[in-house]
Design a protein around this ligand. Structure first.
Ligand SMILES: *Cc1c(COP(=O)(O)O)cnc(C)c1O
Length: 330
């Protein structure tokens, strides 16, 4: 029941517990009962799901006395931005390998915040990025050769240690449910989240089993496919269990890859209209890369659970980088 079941060290970087938010108009838009876990509001500019993972990952970086943190992502990576800001807060220097086919990408959204934090940015082509693990290892060795001790964080912060952020989130949820913050019922039929590198879904599945707060996880893929994520999530869960005392088996995870839209980072016209509907009927903003596609997916499932927890994983800077995609719709 308590956080003491997790054996890894955690830094306090985010504002927890995050609110459980409910709006009747969202229920009717989506077509089921939706409670929103507002992890989009868990910090300032560093908000979102990545800061929960970073509470564990950067605790390890600090305990290893690293002075540099290396990570990677797309040019509009929320993970890279959260890492850059959290690293600076801790006095560490962020180095980012960002995937971009354009050597001079637009100064906006997440990249603007990376730059404001003075992150050391290297752009890598999509072809080179396929080899990101090796590239980060090379960079770490380069930095170590200069005497700078470096800590490497995998893409999305999605390993067993990072996933503890969402085990911890489920323990936090259990306390909120006990306090009646989501009505008299103490559990959900499903927890729903966007899935980009699998760590969030993995942590949720393990955490939900630990405290009986949800029967299953619905992971809405925004890239790759269901088979890929089933393997990835399984591996992350196996790693994460090493940090949990008397770890239970995770609750079932269903990966749904029907709502990815045209491609990663690009939303369909229907998805964009849905995002605008949500904003106009509820005041809630979801983004076109992750949270908006995931909520759209839930709304468009043929057989949906009755009572759901939607984890709002953030992503606002990514939306703001897509002003041109939305300008003609409003
Ligand atoms: C990274 C990210 C996700 C996906 O989480 P994973 O743990 O990588 O699967 C979802 N939403 C937002 C806003 C993100 O930045």
């Amino acid at each position: 029941m308590s956080g003491s079941r997790l054996t890894a060290r955690r830094l306090s970087l985010a504002h927890h517990p995050t609110p459980l938010w409910h709006h009747p108009e969202l229920d009717s838009l989506v077509g089921c009962e939706v409670w929103v876990k507002r992890d989009d509001a868990n910090e300032g500019a560093a908000s979102g799901n990545k800061i929960r993972k970073l509470e564990y990952l950067l605790a390890e970086a600090v305990s290893q006395k690293a002075e540099v943190v290396v990570t990677c992502g797309g040019v509009q990576s929320n993970h890279a931005r959260a890492t850059a800001l959290a690293a600076r807060r801790l006095g560490l220097e962020p180095w980012l390998l960002l995937r971009s086919s354009d050597p001079e990408p637009e100064f906006s959204g997440n990249l603007m915040l990376d730059r404001m934090a003075g992150a050391k940015v290297r752009y890598v082509s999509p072809e080179e990025y396929a080899d990101r693990t090796r590239l980060m290892g090379d960079l770490r060795r380069e930095l170590e050769a200069e005497g700078r001790h470096s800590y490497v964080i995998v893409e999305g912060g999605s390993n067993g240690l990072g996933a503890l952020g969402y085990v911890n989130a489920m323990l936090e949820l259990e306390r909120q449910l006990r306090a009646g913050l989501a009505g008299p019922r103490r559990s959900f039929d499903a927890v729903v989240c966007a899935c980009g590198s699998g760590g969030t879904a993995a942590g949720l599945a393990l955490g939900a089993a630990l405290c009986d707060s949800a029967a299953q996880v619905l992971a809405m893929a925004v890239c790759d496919d269901a088979a890929h994520f089933r393997t990835v999530i399984g591996n992350i869960v196996a790693e994460a269990r090493h940090f949990v005392k008397n770890a239970p088996a995770p609750v079932p995870v269903t990966v749904i890859d029907d709502f990815k839209g045209p491609q990663y980072g690009v939303a369909s016209a229907d998805q964009k209209r849905f995002i605008l509907d949500v904003a106009r009927r509820t005041g809630l903003i979801v983004d076109p890369v992750y949270s908006g596609k995931a909520l759209f997916g839930l709304a468009n499932m043929t057989k949906k659970p009755e009572r759901t927890l939607f984890v709002h994983t953030g992503g606002l800077p990514g939306l703001l980088a897509q002003a041109k995609e939305f300008e003609n719709l409003v």
